[in-house]
Design a protein around this ligand. Structure first.
Ligand code: MTE
Length: 311
């Protein structure tokens, strides 16, 4: 088990002071979370604001690293923190496959030494009805896509989590207990325009620390306007494909989990309402926002789509 030292549990104020959010003269508005304007310190980023509200407080490092979903390490919320100590996320490489001009294997260290890491504070809304606000570090997935140059017919991307049953006890156990109901490896997918959207990131850290195993070390997807399960952890393969790819949850239970899985308070899960959510650390439920509050940024992606049909 990875022990978190008290000294590592950065309180929010210290974190705000320590992190360098103030490049580019954005000091006054950075991190105050007021009036919905939040700056990233990426010089060429198109999106220099987000839609966090004054009442969107960061969750603590402790909450973000101890209340997790990562079924490869078990099904309980504390299982990923407790059971992921044997997992070794370095060295790491990602296979680029399918419909691209430059397939191959990219070394994570190589990516990191050539890319500017940005800070992105996003809400994360789990399909189960809880949410957090997380200060990620990462970079736009589009940067990798631009490098590997997909063919014109690469309409979708499929992502795959590492399969290491010796280091991921849930990969063994679930198979036994549920007779393979949750097939490994965990798979997710995005349409190409979703993958290219500047809000879609590959994250390598949070709160200024490298990702811990329970959060998807060393590299995971974060798509803030979709239910959390789309944000696949510990990615080893990025596959460019022509047709909508298989994804774990829509394969296991297509009626309950669609390919798109955009956060939508108007489309309920068959077994519970999605109109409200519980922010971890709060008692009173709050209203769930359309596209998790990123409507201005992403609604164009779905303008001609029936969001009830394509849930
Ligand atoms: N990725 C893999 N490989 N396995 C998982 O079980 N759980 C998903 C997603 N990514 C999951 C995964 C779900 S349901 C959620 S809500 C988020 O990770 C949780 O991310 P967090 O634990 O970092 O908050």
């Amino acid at each position: 088990m990875i022990k978190i030292l008290p000294s590592e549990i950065t309180n929010r104020k210290d974190y705000m002071k320590r992190r360098n959010f103030i490049k580019g003269g954005l000091a006054s508005m950075a991190m105050t979370l007021s009036s919905g304007a939040l700056a990233f310190h990426n010089k060429d980023n198109l999106i220099n604001k987000s839609t966090l509200d004054l009442n969107d407080k960061l969750n603590s490092y402790y909450e973000i690293t101890n209340y997790n979903n990562y079924y490869e390490f078990g099904m309980g919320k504390s299982d990923p923190a407790t059971n992921s100590g044997e997992f070794n996320p370095r060295p790491w490489s990602i296979k680029i496959e399918g419909l691209v001009h430059k397939p191959g294997t990219i070394d994570l260290e190589h990516i990191l030494s050539n890319i500017t890491i940005e800070d992105r504070i996003y809400r994360l809304r789990c399909v189960e009805g809880w949410s957090m606000v997380i200060p990620w570090q990462g970079f736009s997935l589009s940067k990798i896509i631009d490098i590997v140059q997909p063919y014109a017919d690469a309409n979708y991307i499929q992502f795959e989590t590492v399969y290491r049953p010796d280091e991921m006890p849930g990969q063994k156990r679930l198979f036994n207990e549920f007779r393979g109901v949750l097939p490994w490896p965990y798979l997710e997918g995005l349409r190409m325009d979703e993958a290219m959207h500047p809000l879609t990131i590959l994250s390598t850290g949070l709160y200024g620390h490298d990702l811990l195993n329970q959060n998807g070390a060393p590299i995971r997807l974060v798509v803030p306007w979709k239910y959390g399960f789309k944000s696949i952890k510990s990615i080893v393969t990025i596959r460019f494909v022509a047709k909508e790819p298989i994804t774990t949850w829509s394969k296991v239970n297509p009626r309950e989990y669609g390919f798109y899985s955009n956060v939508n308070p108007n489309v309920d899960h068959p077994r519970w309402s999605q109109a409200t959510e519980r922010r971890i650390g709060e008692f009173k439920r709050r209203e769930t926002l359309m596209f998790n509050g990123y409507e201005d940024e992403v609604s164009d992606l779905y303008k001609n789509m029936d969001l009830i049909k394509y849930y």
